[in-house]
Design a protein around this ligand. Structure first.
Ligand code: GLA
Length: 381
């Protein structure tokens, strides 16, 4: 079956829990995915990241789940996740070891793919640490893709080599369904801003069946990570998380939640389950956004993006990367609208309100780190 026509949606353990994972956490998170409404909103995958196995393979070369963390084994956890109508994901690595030092799949690709299929895995995140220098990265991704495509089960392949070795040039042909082409996210505004800016030129390589992954979301973490490499004191403000989510949605990134979904604030739920924003990310055509730098006064502050949607509408996003108020505008002619006879009806995707019909252009002033997300419908005047 063809997987990942649209950017995958789910949750991953890494950002909040790091190595502090176990089967109760996974089951409780699957329960929370359903009870909170995330599943109904479209989130589907529950993914265990690094640190789930023992430090050594068994005598037959198989990976062994850590019996302290997963006393019932991975298959039982996968079965539980499936019983909730969700899909189950796990993690391995191109190299001899994972980034946290557990066994990697180098030279064990086909054995591991078979094991994952037996366990009922639906998604594999595949990292890039401890790759032997003599080995060719693209070949190793091709090898695991081939193993997964022939293991007897549909397993979504999530590549994670951080943009190294010019990922975008070969990743689509490798068979991967999504790929990281940037560095790890931190729970900070600076990190969100840096990733978004660094990935804008990469978007042209992203598309159905192989999506550019801007990294897992930090929405709702508020500095509460147990993960020393991700945590930043205090994290971000709700507005910054809203802008982060809007950027990722607009840029067609997979949306893999990174906060503790068992304990979300109302604001976090409103962000993650904003159906209007999710619809922009999950639009059938997954069109690359066109982006411009449009600011009133201070250079390099307000970014504008727009992209065509399946039904003839356009998604538009204004993002203020500056720390203070700043304005920006869009001239509709730049999107293709004739200069007379037509206008755009604008709908605010965070306020959930119709702003009326505008002709010629739309101008917005945004507070520092804020965004404006709109859906525009073409109207004849
Ligand atoms: C790398 C990846 C992260 C996470 C860790 C786990 O840094 O980029 O997303 O999977 O490894 O060790």
């Amino acid at each position: 079956m063809a997987l990942a026509a649209k950017p995958p949606l789910g949750w991953n353990t890494w950002n909040t829990f790091s190595h502090e994972i176990n089967e109760d956490l996974i089951k409780e998170s699957a329960d929370a995915m359903v009870a909170s409404g995330l599943k109904d909103a479209g989130y589907e995958y529950i993914v265990i990241d690094d640190c789930w196995s023992l430090r050594e393979r068994d005598e037959n070369g198989h990976l062994v789940p850590d019996p302290e963390k997963f006393p019932s084994g991975i298959k039982a956890v996968a079965d539980y996740v499936h019983s909730k109508g969700l899909k189950f994901g796990i993690y391995s690595c191109v190299g001899t070891h994972t980034c946290a030092g557990y066994p990697g799949s180098y030279d064990y690709e086909f054995i591991d793919a078979e094991t994952f299929a037996e366990w009922g895995v639906d998604y594999l995140k595949y990292d890039y640490c401890f790759k032997p220098r003599s080995a060719d990265g693209p070949t190793l991704y091709r090898r695991m893709a081939m193993a997964l495509r022939n293991c007897g089960r549909d397993i979504l392949f999530s590549a994670c080599n951080w943009g190294e070795d010019n990922t975008t040039e070969w990743i689509r042909s490798s068979g991967a369904h999504m790929y990281r082409s940037g560095s790890d996210i931190l729970d900070s505004w600076q990190s969100i801003k840096t990733i978004a800016a660094s990935q804008m030129d990469m978007e042209k390589f992203s598309g159905p069946y192989c999506h550019n992954d801007l990294d897992m979301l930090v929405v709702g973490m508020y500095g509460k990570s147990h993960n020393g490499t991700i945590a930043v004191n205090g994290g971000c403000t709700t507005e910054e998380y809203r802008t982060h989510f809007s950027l990722w949605a607009m840029m067609n990134s997979p949306l893999m939640i990174g906060c503790d979904i068992r304990n979300m604030t109302e604001e976090t739920k409103d962000i993650l389950m904003n159906k209007d924003i999710l619809a922009i990310n999950q639009d059938t055509e997954v069109r690359t956004p066109c982006w411009r730098k449009e600011w009133d006064a201070v250079p390099e502050t307000v970014m504008l993006m727009f992209k065509p949607l399946e039904n003839g509408d356009y998604a538009m996003g204004f993002f203020n990367f500056y720390d203070d108020d700043c304005g920006g505008r869009i001239h509709f002619a730049d999107m293709g609208l004739p200069t007379h006879g037509y206008g755009l009806r604008l709908y605010d995707l965070w306020e959930h309100k119709d702003l009326g019909v505008f002709t010629d252009r739309y101008h917005v002033v945004l507070k520092g780190h804020h965004c404006k997300m709109l859906r525009a419908s073409v109207v004849k005047l």
